[in-house]
Design a protein around this ligand. Structure first.
Ligand SMILES: [Zn+2]
Length: 246
């Protein structure tokens, strides 16, 4: 299979994630690389992340606040702009026309050349929010690019906008690789380390200095190495790339 590599550095990139931390797993290295080169990188998080804990004693509303702070720190690490939050209830995202309209407005307002999100076509992807957000974002790109969708946005001055590429992380089929330097990989790890509330449930460890934490970071490095290998790089992040004109 042909594998494309290294898009031109975008002026603007938009990462849309179901939960705080998803975008850092999926594309924090690429976000960091582009931000360092001058791109305006925005993370848009769709849910409040309030169900992201294995601890029955956790108060969901407090967890949501904590996770927004964690995502804000992670964005700072990656050199991205402060994150934006839609605050839909965790676990309850549906690909509704309202969500499509809202996402299309974000795409039109920010006018990114590249939109990065979940692969909604990945078979057996269990989490419903990941499926719904991936689908909603791809549908919103179609709506954002064509002027007859949401004319009320156009009349408010939010002109239609066609991103050049959609990149899907954790994809069923990887056909695009962004090369990462050692420093980009370290930045991705720093961003992931900001999501302290997720250490136990997502990262399978309880602190930053445990052997489990080192094991987790080794796994991330190994994943970046295998993604890079697809294209002959030392490190990378791999995606399915879509043109926004199909
Ligand atoms: Zn998630």
């Amino acid at each position: 299979m042909d594998v494309s590599t290294n898009l031109p550095i975008p002026t603007t990139a938009l990462l849309v994630a179901a939960h705080p931390d998803d975008a850092d797993f999926g594309a924090a290295g690429t976000a960091a690389k582009w931000a360092r080169a001058g791109a305006a990188v925005t993370y848009l998080v769709v849910t409040d992340g309030s169900k992201g804990s294995w601890d029955p004693a956790v108060v969901p509303a407090r967890l949501a606040v904590r996770r927004e702070e964690e995502q804000a720190r992670a964005c700072e690490m990656a050199g991205a702009r402060p994150p934006e939050f839609l605050r839909l209830r965790d676990g309850s995202v549906e690909n509704t026309m309202d969500l499509r309209r809202e996402l299309a407005a974000w795409i039109r307002r920010l006018a990114p050349q590249v939109v990065i999100t979940h692969d909604p076509w990945k078979p057996y992807m269990l989490h419903p929010d990941h499926r719904s957000v991936g689908t909603a974002v791809c549908d919103a790109v179609v709506a954002a690019r064509d002027p007859h969708f949401y004319p009320e946005q156009i009349s408010r001055g939010i002109g239609h906008h066609r991103p050049e590429k959609i990149l899907l992380w954790s994809a069923s089929v990887d056909d695009h690789v962004e090369e990462l330097s050692e420093a980009d990989v370290e930045t991705k790890l720093l961003a992931l380390r900001c999501h302290e509330s997720q250490f136990e449930s997502t990262m399978r460890h309880t602190g930053t200095s445990t052997s489990e934490a080192r094991e987790f970071e080794d796994q991330i490095r190994a994943r970046c190495r295998s993604a890079g290998e697809i294209a002959g790089f030392q490190y990378g992040e791999a995606f399915k790339a879509l043109n926004a004109d199909r």
